[in-house]
Design a protein around this ligand. Structure first.
Ligand code: C2E
Ligand code: CA
Ligand code: CA
Length: 497
């Protein structure tokens, strides 16, 4: 019973739990990844927008400095007169972000809108060679950036009010910083750097995309995903329980092509040879062990899958035709009425027979009396077609059903198979032996030969032989075996007799 439960239960509880856990984890991971990627994209977009805005603002300051430097150009070469100073101050006044403009001619004194005349000074290398060379200066707590512009005759320094740069950085984050760039300077800032495409500067801020922060930010959605994943896991556990039926197991074994044949010889004492082989179905379970048909045939019959199982079985029997040919045997196939009724399986049975005949093999169908069947007109026609194709018919388990005589008249069988329960009644005495005797009597009056199955002892064999039986099947001769073993048996048997 334990083996049966084991065989018909494909998914172990552990496997169902694993499937549920995998389902939960996969959904959770996929969900969290999607949410994180969505939020990080949004964050990135926001960060880029902020940087772009701040960068545009700082660029506008540079542009203003450039405008101022161009406006001051006419005064580069002259002396720093009061008029020049007034003009310079005017330029600064109309450019709101500019603090001052300084002119440094090649030779001579300079001129500053803020300080008036400037002492003569040497232009430094970087001031002289790089456009937009920018330095930060601090004076009385005020920060300003001096942006230098070089012209043929002089150097112009425009001081941009640092307050506006700081103001621009606030767009990004409180820790954002402004770094002017020079072409001789490599900047490798720690954090996220946004390089302006118009002027040489970068804006640097700490890397704002932080997984922990994202997780915290999206925790409500993540909790929801966790709930859905757990629900899906639970549903997986429940649904795998629902599909884990014996029917599912049969489908699994069908898919795995686990059904295969063994053969049991039927010997003829009249011809002293092996007359035929009964094909008995076996199933290899998950561990590769052989499983008895008692565990799955009744289920396959109830669930309407017996046709599929039989077709898979016959497909494998075909592979043994070559090995069994030239032995003049019949092959006995156990069938149910559905196989004959169903057009698909009926056709397959005919094809199987034709194929067997090409190898010199006969086909006998054993239809059991255990399951009651009514021989409709349609079914009779199909049996007639089977007969026409050369098939023989036997009533299996004869004597166990309720309608022995009617099944004989309806089917007109070629053989009656006495069930092993009845052969066991030989010499039992009393009613049991009388039942066996009556079955043998029916065989005698109808002249339909009997195949006695389940012969285990020489006494049973002798008893039935004395009563005219000449076809025998049972462990006394040979157990159901694979094709190779059964061929050896046939060889041995014909050698001995
Ligand atoms: P069955 O058609 O009556 O087959 C004979 C059963 O008796 C087989 O059992 C066989 O192994 C067993 N047997 C043979 N000789 C002896 C013996 O000396 N002593 C004892 N105790 N048993 C013996 P198996 O192979 O377990 O099959 C059981 C039943 O399963 C079969 O009874 C048949 O009804 C069904 N079956 C097997 N293969 C198929 C199949 O391909 N299709 C269908 N529809 N039913 C099948
Ligand atoms: Ca049988
Ligand atoms: Ca039987």
């Amino acid at each position: 019973m334990e083996a049966g439960r084991d065989f018909l239960t494909i998914l172990r509880p552990g496997q169902r739990v694993s499937a549920a856990v995998i389902m939960t984890l996969v959904l959770l991971c996929a969900g969290v990844m999607t949410v994180l990627s969505h939020f990080s994209k949004t964050e990135e977009q926001t960060r880029n927008d902020k940087n772009q805005r701040a960068s545009d603002y700082v660029a506008s300051l540079y542009r203003e400095a450039e405008t101022v430097s161009r406006a001051a150009e006419p005064f580069e070469e002259g002396a720093c007169t009061n008029e020049v100073l007034t003009r310079l101050r005017h330029i600064v006044a109309v450019n709101p972000h500019i603090r001052s403009v300084n002119l440094y001619p090649e030779n001579g004194t300079g001129c500053s809108s803020l300080e008036g005349r400037l002492p003569e000074r040497k232009v430094s290398y970087s001031e002289g060679h790089v456009p937009f060379y920018t330095t930060m200066k601090q004076e009385d707590g005020y920060i300003y950036y001096l942006v230098y512009f070089r012209s043929s005759a002089s150097l112009t320094g425009v001081a941009v009010n640092g307050y506006f740069v700081r103001d621009a950085l606030r767009y990004i984050s409180p820790d954002a910083a402004f770094y002017p760039l020079q072409d001789f300077m490599k900047l490798s800032p720690a954090g996220y750097a946004w390089k302006s495409s118009q002027y040489p500067f970068v804006l640097v801020s700490s890397d704002s995309i932080n997984i922990r922060r994202l997780l915290l930010h999206s925790r409500a959605v993540i909790l929801f995903i966790l709930g859905v994943s757990l629900l899906a896991g639970w549903l997986t556990y429940v649904s795998t329980g629902l599909i884990n039926t014996p029917r599912f197991a049969l489908k699994y074994y069908l898919y795995k092509k686990s059904f295969y044949p063994v053969y049991q010889p039927v010997i003829s004492t009249r011809d002293r040879k092996v007359a035929g082989l009964e094909i008995l179905m076996r199933c290899g379970n998950k561990k590769g062990n052989e499983v008895s048909p008692a565990l799955f045939i009744p289920l396959a019959e109830q669930s309407g899958m017996i046709g599929d199982l039989t077709m898979q079985l016959l497909e494998k029997v075909r592979k043994d035709f070559a090995m069994l040919s030239e032995k003049g045997l019949y092959l006995a196939v156990n069938i149910t009425s559905e196989i004959v009724e169903n057009p698909g399986t009926f056709r397959e049975l005919l094809k199987f027979t034709e194929h067997a005949q090409r190898y010199g093999l006969d086909v006998l169908v054993e239809i059991t009396e255990r399951q009651s069947f009514s021989l409709t007109e349609q079914l009779s026609e199909k049996f007639a077609l089977l007969r026409k194709a050369g098939l023989h018919v036997a009533i299996d388990d004869f004597g166990t059903g309720y309608s022995n005589l009617s099944s004989i008249t309806q089917l007109n069988p070629d053989y009656l198979k006495i069930d092993k329960d009845f052969t066991g009644y030989s010499m039992a005495g009393g009613v049991r032996e009388a039942v066996l005797e009556s079955v043998l009597h029916i065989s005698a009056i109808t002249a339909i030969p009997v195949i006695a199955e389940g012969i285990e002892t020489p006494a049973q064999f002798q008893y039935l032989q004395e009563r005219g039986v000449w076809l025998f099947q049972g462990y006394l001769f040979c157990r159901p075996s694979d094709s190779r073993r059964v061929c050896d048996f046939i060889q041995d048997f014909s050698g001995r007799h």
